[in-house]
Design a protein around this ligand. Sequence first.
Ligand SMILES: *Cc1c(COP(=O)(O)O)cnc(C)c1O
Length: 477
Amino acid sequence: MNEGAKPAWADIPSVDRLLHEPALTALIATHGRTATVAALRQVLKDLRRGLAEASQAVPEALDETAIAARAAEALDRLFQPSLRPVLNLTGTVLHTNLGRAPLPDEAIAAIADVARGASNLEFDLDSGRRGDRDSHAEALICRLTGAEAATVVNNNAAAVLLVLNTLAQRRRVPVSRGELIEIGGAFRMPDIMARAGCTLVEVGTTNRTHLKDYAEAIDKRTGMVMKVHRSNFAIQGFTAEVEEAALAKLAHDRGIPFAVDLGSGTLVDLERFGLPHEPTPGETLAGGADLVTFSTDKLLGGPQGGVIAGRRDLIAQLKRNPLKRAMRCDKLTIAALEAVLRLYLDPDRLAERLPVLRHLARAEADIAAQAQRLCPQVAERLDGVATVEAVACHSQIGSGSMPVHSLPSAALSLRPAPTGRKVSDAALSRLAAALRRLPLPIVGRVADGAVLLDLRCMDDEVAFLDQVQALPMLLRR
Ligand SMILES: *Cc1c(COP(=O)(O)O)cnc(C)c1O
């Protein structure tokens, strides 16, 4: 600072003076006085600190309009929801990190109906007495799976934990070494067993497990037998596993229950929709399982949840476990699940009404035609910043469902301009990052020197093109 010059921060306008600026009056109208004043104070504090550190003359940043603009930016960030919609063009239909299954309109309407006010969540309208929150979905689950009874918890990990803790606490549970799975996000069967208070007894080998392996492992300390569906990996080659019916018979001969964790658990035969067969809870129960557990937001296509279905006496036991209270679903989940399950009563229209099945069942030709149609429109909007091509690609189901099965699909392949030259990794990351910074973020995948936007889950072309329009501005910044 020059000798005798007044300190730079003396020129910083006061909060009171700034509040009379028209730009700030507008911010107050939008965001309220408290948040606007707080944002303004923060901007001024940062300015003072900047000046103290740089000890330089008053920068243009001290201009009132500039201060108001900085406060507006801070307020925009504060009021933007952290959890918000994105366009899933990754090619992974059930993307756990992107919220898995999109809900059908029927489920969204059911959530809104119940969210707005009081409901009969645990109230029996016939008797006027206390009811059971499971009652809303239970009859539908039983009808769709053939189970005697069912209960719903917050996810399938909770369902497995509840089954183990209820039926086999302080007891042993034999599981095949080929089924000791880890699901993304730290769900590992051996850890869940330990937390449930069970002792895991590993039987068989990684690739082959026989009935006698189970038979030898069962003794009077055994609480139940469990089979886990290898949802997210496959074992190929010299393999053997025990049929569920045989395992059920063995468990029943020894007087213990047999449970199967299906993971995905679709309620229909997926072959109807041109997909590979996936065991259904109905088949598993018919095969002799006493209980079956499955997610409601994987192939079932509903909200996050986990179902346990099967023998009435065992379900009653699960419901008496205090852990069930800690794992119970909220009314919004129950409303959505009930609406989704009801769509299954009309399987012929399921592929139109249930978004997950619609996406999974889309024909390659349909997606390719969409790519051809969108390609020139996207190219026009990205003129000068990226080149666009319609290409063939493969989608996957995701969420650990059928890992070795991929679905032929089509994508828009975006390469940062200029053409001809080799695209650097940095330029690709910049393009992918700019797509994620859009108001409605677009999430694709980087592959073969391009950002691929797989169109399998593209429902809203208008919204997509609107976003693409804004991309060049973000890239130039
Ligand atoms: C996905 C899965 C789980 C966990 O289910 P969430 O609903 O994600 O908690 C458990 N077991 C298997 C076999 C799975 O595929």
